[in-house]
Design a protein around this ligand. Structure first.
Ligand code: HEC
Length: 163
């Protein structure tokens, strides 16, 4: 009888912990510059994420991003890249920091895949933040999309192969 009660209580505790984990990790932001910034700096601080596979910190960038770049991926994006999924799953987030040659942060750019957000352009939500976190560009940004279209066969991603 005692043993049953013990098992019951343990079961309850495990279930509640699982519930908390799900609630914490499952709440992705809406496709909105402010909501995304809060998510990537407060909810799931992106500097604790994995680096884009195959890239170290401060690798050399090309125009128009920074002289030096550091690119992070959340777990959903990481799984897709590692599994060579071809198309990253909804909820994938890629964050690239643009640095000046002296390693001063210039801007932070984001690609975030949101189900049904922009079917003509891979459902990516685009955002660019200044170093102080203010929004420089957000949404279906024509400039971002126009150039990244060159990488359409790699899910609009330049940094490394996803298939
Ligand atoms: C003129 C072309 C061009 C424009 C415009 C451009 N990008 Fe990029 N982007 C690149 C290239 C090239 C890379 C690969 C990084 C590198 O080596 O410089 C890249 C990389 C990225 C990455 C890392 C993931 C990936 O796709 O490789 C993000 C995130 C990103 N860009 C976001 C943006 C956002 C947001 C905008 C608009 C505000 C934008 N980009 C505009 C060319 C462009």
């Amino acid at each position: 009888m005692r043993k049953n009660l013990f098992v019951l209580i343990c079961g309850f505790m495990i279930l509640s912990l699982a519930g908390i984990a799900l609630a914490g990790g499952g709440a992705l932001p809406e496709a909105d510059g402010k909501a995304v910034y809060t998510f990537i700096t407060k909810t799931e601080p992106y500097q604790q994420w994995s680096l884009f596979p195959g890239k170290d910190k401060f690798y050399k960038g090309k125009h128009p991003h920074g002289a030096l770049l550091t690119t992070y991926v959340n777990e959903i994006a990481l799984a897709g890249i590692n599994n060579k999924a071809g198309t990253l799953a909804n909820g994938s987030i890629i964050i690239k920091e643009n640095y000046m040659p002296n390693k001063k942060l210039g801007a932070v750019t984001v690609m975030y895949r949101v189900d049904g957000y922009d079917p003509d352009a891979g459902d990516w939500f685009w955002a660019k933040y200044k170093a102080d976190g203010s929004i420089a560009k957000e949404g279906k940004v024509a400039g971002c999309i126009g150039c990244h279209t060159a990488a359409i066969n790699n899910d609009w991603i330049f940094t490394g192969p996803v298939k």
